[in-house]
Design a protein around this ligand. Structure first.
Ligand code: MG
Ligand code: MG
Length: 254
């Protein structure tokens, strides 16, 4: 973990664009594999091969001991699900796929929640609104705003639908480390004040994690998988962005 917030130089940002593009392409590729019956293990193997074939290193693999290149979190699982041969996608599931890659020392990090076949309309709406929360948050990622402006935009949109906004997991700065300061919460935490003032050239991973029910999490015995405490469905949508003068640049959407 880097110790302070860094402002990236134009040449560093160029490298982050390359890493971000690879992460976005990997997620697009994974999306083409989503179908009933495929295991999360197979998704992980395919994603890792794709990342390596395109000159990247999967950043999640061995990160604090994480055993895979993707986090695959199904239905009530919010984040950090571990791919497994035993977990196969079923009709009506939603699966959040979180992916990170390093290219030339620089990181990209992004997540999508995919639908498997016909999904309950209420859950489908959750997935769509979580995506919208990201874009509303990213709209606030401009010079002169503060972190709280991102948090407020995400939280307000989710609250309009009565959803739970996960608090224990947050977005983060990113650069030549996957996780750098500052933390980027998705809710207005009274302890944060306005948060850090945003400056162009900061790079952030904005990642709303939203549930149909509670914001509270429970952790599995595997030490990783975080699920909603009430078993309600949860969605996750993330991109790596550059704070800009007038608008954020999204690096992991291709
Ligand atoms: Mg991520
Ligand atoms: Mg992240």
């Amino acid at each position: 973990m880097a110790e302070r917030i860094t402002i990236k130089s134009p040449s560093q940002l160029e490298k982050m664009r390359v890493a971000g593009r690879l992460v976005g392409e990997t997620l697009n590729f994974v999306e083409t594999l989503i179908q009933v019956g495929i295991s999360t293990y197979e998704l992980d193997r395919e994603a890792e091969a794709f990342i390596r074939k395109h000159g990247g290193i999967p950043s999640f693999l061995n990160y604090n001991g994480f055993p895979a290149s993707l986090c695959t979190s199904i239905n009530e699982q919010v984040v950090h699900g571990i791919p497994s041969k035993k977990v196969k996608l079923r009709e009506g599931d939603i699966i959040s796929v979180d992916c990170g890659a390093i290219v030339d020392g620089w990181h990209g990090d992004a997540a999508r929640t995919f639908l498997v076949g016909e999904v309950d309309p209420k859950v489908k709406q959750l997935v769509e609104v979580t995506r919208e929360c990201f874009f509303l948050g990213a709209e606030q990622a401009v010079e002169g705003n503060h972190l709280i402006d991102i948090a407020r935009a995400v939280e307000n949109h989710a609250k309009e639908y009565g959803y739970g906004v996960i608090r224990e997991m947050v977005g983060h700065g990113i650069g030549n480390h996957m996780h750098e300061p500052p933390e980027v919460p998705n809710y207005v935490d009274p302890r944060m004040g306005r948060g850090v003032k945003l400056v162009s050239g900061m790079t952030l991973a904005i990642e709303p994690m939203i549930s149909l029910g509670t914001w509270r999490l429970v952790f599995a015995k595997d030490g990783w998988t975080a699920s909603t405490a009430d078993g309600s469905a949860a969605a996750h949508y993330e991109n790596t962005i550059i704070v800009g003068k007038n608008s954020a640049e999204v690096l992991t959407l291709v």
